[in-house]
Design a protein around this ligand. Structure first.
Ligand code: SAM
Length: 309
């Protein structure tokens, strides 16, 4: 099995380009509005899953994921959340796969917004391919944001709301390519092997999974406080964001504080854990440095895993 662990030089860590920034200035307030009605409370799964089994205080209010989906793009504008453009390997890996399989059936296995579809869009344009693309997410808000992006660029994507771990409705043996960013670090440890099993079921024999997973420890209260303080400082260094998005500064800071208090990554511990998770695939892993979220910067595995024939 071709496995390797390369430590790559960080180079210049990600900077938001003008095109992405202009688009986010329009979509961030829209996504906030959508999140207020579309983010729904779920019995299991989703970005509020961390609060389950955390005791009465955490479960007292019925949580939805609006604090996550509604705030995500404002934090993207400050480069504070993990997004596909942090990882250069997506462009070249997706383009290479699409060149080989221009009519690929592609599954985006959850996304916080249109970020992954936008990365795929670039690879589609660069390869001249015409794949069929489906996005599944457990929440309607990222689906709405991705539809918005698709309409803006005249693209077609099927957006479906379902639980990727438990739903019997998602087609199996159907996809040439599955792509998702940092989904493994959203899932608690017991769910990580379950999604690996599901991805294996969704893929055609020889199909490929492309993803990333950060490594690190638990999100401590100190890290959360540091994150909230950094968000505040960055917003004050970019005060025009409030005017350009039509958002009140104090309201935005309140949202950043809630995000910092709730956003919980279940990072990968070490190389052994990742080798064990992908033991049924022919996989390559490249370690890189990213800007990081609460832990800043941090390291992440860039993963290309092929389902055996
Ligand atoms: C893919 S992850 C990380 C986001 C990523 N870094 C990005 O830029 O798109 C986040 C998404 O996972 C979704 N999610 C969490 N648990 C899920 C589940 N069991 N089934 C489907 N989607 C899920 C959440 O609703 C959220 O939109």
């Amino acid at each position: 099995m071709p496995e390797e662990f390369d430590v790559l030089e960080p180079g210049e860590l990600y900077r938001l380009d003008d095109e992405n920034r202009e688009r986010l200035l329009v979509s961030a307030p829209l996504t906030w509005e959508w999140s207020r009605t579309l983010c729904a409370s779920k019995s299991t799964g989703g970005m509020e899953e961390w609060a389950k089994n955390k005791g009465e205080a955490a479960e007292a209010e019925p949580l939805t994921c609006d604090w996550y989906h509604g705030t995500w793009q404002f934090l993207r504008l400050l480069n504070m959340v993990a997004v596909p453009p942090w990882y250069e390997f997506y462009s070249k890996t997706l383009r290479a796969i699409l060149l080989e399989r221009p009519d690929a059936n592609v599954l985006i296995s959850a996304a916080a917004d249109f970020g992954m579809f936008s990365t795929l869009h670039e690879a589609i344009s660069a390869s001249g391919a015409s794949p069929t693309v489906t996005l599944y997410d457990i929440c309607q808000t990222p689906l709405r944001a991705t539809q918005w992006y698709a309409e803006r660029y005249g693209l077609t994507i099927e957006c479906l709301c379902d639980n990727l771990i438990t739903s019997p409705a998602i087609p199996t043996g159907a996809y040439d390519l599955i792509v998702t960013d940092e989904f493994l670090t959203v899932l608690k440890d017991p769910d990580k092997p379950l999604i690996l099993e599901r991805w294996k079921q969704f893929l055609k024999p020889g199909g490929t999974l492309v993803t990333t997973a950060m490594i690190g420890g638990v999100t401590t209260p100190e890290l959360r406080e540091g994150y909230a303080a950094r968000a505040r400082r960055l917003l004050d260094q970019n005060p025009e964001l409030c005017e350009l998005t039509g958002t009140d500064r104090d309201e935005l800071i309140r949202r950043f504080d809630v995000f910092a208090a709730r956003h919980t990554r279940h990072m990968l511990k070490d190389e052994e854990q990742i080798r064990s998770l992908f033991s049924d695939f022919d996989a390559t892993f490249a370690l890189t440095v990213t800007p990081g979220e609460c832990v800043n910067p941090t390291s992440s595995y860039q993963i290309v895993a092929k389902k055996r024939d």
